[in-house]
Write a new protein. Structure first.
Length: 245
């Protein structure tokens, strides 16, 4: 399978194709409920993404974009099928490997920033480092550097709840990248922002993607922003297909 190809076949999954993909899925399927109440969200999704690519996944609300990102990040488990990271099936990871994958290999930006309102911007960004055992001073120093990187050098000691929506999302981006992950996943990161702030946040993510040589997958309903990605994929009726831009 060439990198970044997509299909919706239901044939049995085999091992990864070793095409150099950073992340790859094979026949990924996700359902909720059982019997007459069963809802199928993803139907045999196959996708392969090379390192360094910025991929946009578009689709209507409820199409399964968030579900797909959660499966890629190992925040949820598929009903069937497999996610491979660097050629290794993540369902074969030991608990310590899985925690390391979530905490260090993946950076996640949510539509709602999930910041701690009474903590400073620097304290919010430092949280992932502190959770893995970094010393307080070292973690804050690193977080302040990332806040300068996202244009918030003058806001490091301001409480998150006092920041504007666009500033809060910049803090969330800094928090996602503070551990320098290989893969950035962003779930509607501009969905709560006005047009001007949405474009500014997207352009920031695009710059950081390029400068830090990230692999990034962005779920969005904004087709204008999606059109600036390396590749656009449409998720609809549980299936993923390429979109010509």
């Amino acid at each position: 399978m060439p990198a970044e190809t997509t299909t919706s076949a239901s044939s049995p999954a085999s091992g990864p194709t070793h095409t150099g993909a950073l992340i790859e899925t094979r026949d990924l399927r996700k359902t909720y409920g059982a019997g007459a109440a069963e809802i199928t969200v993803l139907t045999g999704v196959n996708v392969s993404v090379e390192p360094g690519k910025l991929i946009a996944v578009i689709g209507p609300s409820g199409a399964g974009k968030s579900t797909l990102l959660h499966l890629l990040a190992a925040l949820d488990t598929p009903t069937s099928g497999t996610v491979y990271f660097e050629g290794k099936a993540i369902d074969s990871f030991r608990q310590s490997e899985l925690a390391n994958y979530r905490n260090r290999s993946i950076g996640f930006v949510w539509q709602r920033h999930h910041l701690l309102a009474d903590f400073t911007a620097a304290e919010n960004v430092a949280m992932p480092l502190l959770m893995r055992g970094a010393k307080n001073g070292e973690a804050l120093e690193t977080s302040e550097r990332w806040l300068r990187e996202v244009g918030l050098g003058a806001r490091v000691r301001q409480r998150a709840g006092e920041l504007s929506g666009g500033e809060q999302q910049r803090v969330a981006i800094a928090r996602a990248l503070v551990q320098q992950p290989a893969l950035l996943l962003a779930d509607e990161p501009t969905g709560d922002l006005d047009e001007r702030n949405a474009m500014a946040v997207f352009e920031l993510m695009q710059r950081l993607h390029r400068e830090y040589r990230l692999t990034s997958i962005l779920a969005t309903h904004n087709t204008v922003l999606a059109g600036r990605a390396d590749r656009v994929l449409q998720l609809e009726h549980g299936m993923l297909r390429p979109v010509e831009t």
